[in-house]
Design a protein. Sequence first.
Length: 187
Amino acid sequence: MTGGATTEPVILDAMELTSDPDLKARFAESAHRILADLVSGGAALGWVEPPSRDEVAELLGHVLSAVRAGNASLRAAYLDRRLVGLGYWLRYERPTHRPHADLEKIAVAGAVHGRGVGRTLTASLIADAREAAIEVLTLDARGDNSNALHLYRSLGFTEYGRLPGFVAVGEHRYDKVFCMLDFRTQG
């Protein structure tokens, strides 16, 4: 990454991220901070309570291992060498589902919401999926996460199912919305 102040995020793939010793050393801690802050604020990232540092480090280790095996993509967004977002997809493990992958997480620091970081991360992950010959990229989102659902629709995802009241957060219930981007139907 170059020095100097930037207004556009720099999106790194897993290889670029892990080849920079400084970024690699800070990545898990910075990712933990983003995820914990978002979950503390009620973000729909799959946790009810903020994840621990160890839990995030283990998750990232799993994703990086899958990247090395050709079964995942990880992208990290930086502004001025400060992590402001991350996202990844994982190839399905079942042999009959191997041509497909699930977009697992897109997390963007609250301070940069609305600046296109999530869109840029997601578009980069979509490009990685195409390059990896993924046929269908799926995701699920909490039904009240209208900003994320709008973003996904604008990038070509379509809803293919919904489980009403499936996600339980305390006494609150939310729909679980399933979306897909079918590369087989695109030229």
